[in-house]
Design a protein around this ligand. Structure first.
Ligand code: NAD
Length: 283
């Protein structure tokens, strides 16, 4: 089974669009997402375009704040402060990576935790690990949603996550744990990675190495979630999973493009609605 993230995203966005119209009726305004981009990194530009497009599709208010590559950290922090204090702004996202002269940690911590639609603020990360109400990071949240939509049972299953980053590997491992999977986090220093992965009923690849996960990493029938976004030398977009060799043996698999990527943006929309509702209900 190919898990069609594009189609699942589309139906979730269609449902949100209807919800947002109802929210606008009820509360007299629409959820508002502000996206800040610094500089001209083409990949960041393309991600931001996708986010703004989804914002418009779902019927949110929202704007792009564009700052030059050489903007000072102080100016960026002042911009965030302004948005933190704007009662009509529900969500603030600063597209990463930032230029070297700006501290990402400082910027993430400066965003008010209740407007942190990316779920990267230390307060939200702590709450995630303490099982408290929080804004979940979009990519891990999208992965769990894809598994749910594909009918993949997580409880009691062995899950292996390759990658231990703060934005994907660690939080998705925690969410799989919350669904009662038995979770292993593998990484660049894991010995005999293929053998570790072959144990998995659910395999999540979040490495950033084109088509590294081949058939020998996959137990027949396993659900394989490919988070990677890599460009080959020919300019083709591929995941971390070698789709051609893995698809015939996997029980379910997400393609790249059209798998996890669209879900990340859709979960960002969900988080914006969540932040809006928390704020209008004073939670
Ligand atoms: P990262 O570079 O922060 O982390 C990569 C992880 O992979 C590290 O923890 C490292 O230990 C591990 N790793 C590196 N080489 C390895 C190897 N040979 N064997 C095993 N593990 C190895 O990356 P990230 O931010 O977590 O992103 C991972 C990939 O997911 C990238 O391709 C990124 O573009 C993509 N991504 C996609 C989305 C999406 O929405 N689809 C969102 C975020 C990231």
């Amino acid at each position: 089974m190919i898990i069609d993230g594009k189609q699942i995203s589309q139906s979730l966005k269609d449902a949100m669009k209807i919800d947002v119209d109802a929210l606008a009726e009820q509360y007299g305004r629409r959820p508002c997402l502000m996206v800040i981009i610094v500089g001209d990194n083409p990949a960041s530009r393309s991600y931001v375009r996708g986010k703004i497009k989804a914002t418009e599709y779902c019927g949110f208010d929202g704007h792009l704040v564009e700052l030059p590559e050489d903007v000072s950290e102080a100016t960026l922090l002042a911009e965030i402060d302004k948005l933190n204090n704007d009662p009509l702004v529900d969500g603030i996202l600063v597209q990463l990576p930032l230029p070297k002269h700006i501290s990402e940690d400082k910027v993430i911590a400066a965003i008010s935790a209740e407007k942190d639609v990316d779920g990267f603020h230390p307060e939200n990360v702590a709450r995630l690990w303490l099982n408290q109400h929080c804004i979940l990071p979009c990519t891990p949240k999208g992965i769990i949603e894809l598994l749910d939509q594909a009918g993949v049972e997580m409880a009691g299953k062995k899950a292996v996550v390759i990658g231990r980053s703060n934005i994907v590997g660690k939080p998705v491992a925690k969410l799989l744990l919350d669904r009662n999977a038995t979770v292993t986090i593998a990484h660049s220093r894991t010995k005999d990675l293929a053998a570790v992965c072959r144990e998995a009923d659910i395999l999540v690849a979040a490495v950033g190495r084109a088509e590294m996960v081949t058939a020998e990493y996959v137990k027949p029938g396993a659900a394989v979630i490919d988070v990677g976004i890599n460009r080959t030398e020919e300019g083709k977009l591929v995941g971390d999973v070698d789709f051609a060799s893995v698809e015939p043996i996997a029980g379910a698999i997400t393609p790249v493009p059209g798998g996890v990527g669209p879900m990340t943006i859709t979960m960002l929309m969900r988080n914006t609605i969540e932040c809006f509702l928390n704020r209008v209900n004073n939670k």
